[in-house]
Ligand binder design. Structure first.
Ligand SMILES: [Ca+2]
Ligand SMILES: [Ca+2]
Ligand SMILES: [Ca+2]
Length: 78
């Protein structure tokens, strides 16, 4: 179980989903959780098993995430 992390909102919309190693599985997610169209949740699958390994939250959307947690922070991608 990973720690649950607070985000700006609960209305997740993925702005960018990336497959950096082109194995067909998504490994990067950049998401907006409060509906303003600005990214505030960033997730990475670093071991490429399809599950999120690190979650960063930019609560004030200044481009620098304030919060970093292991795992998906309770916000698994759909
Ligand atoms: Ca946002
Ligand atoms: Ca993983
Ligand atoms: Ca910030």
């Amino acid at each position: 179980m990973s720690e649950t992390v607070e985000t700006r909102g609960d209305d997740r919309r993925d702005l960018i989903v990336g497959d950096t190693n082109q194995d067909g599985k998504t490994d990067v997610w950049v998401s907006d959780t409060d509906g303003d169209g600005k990214a505030d949740l960033f997730q990475f699958d670093t071991d490429l098993d399809g599950n999120v390994d690190i979650t960063l939250v930019d609560l004030d959307q200044d481009g620098t995430p304030e919060v970093t947690v292991d795992g998906d922070g309770g916000h698994a991608p759909a």
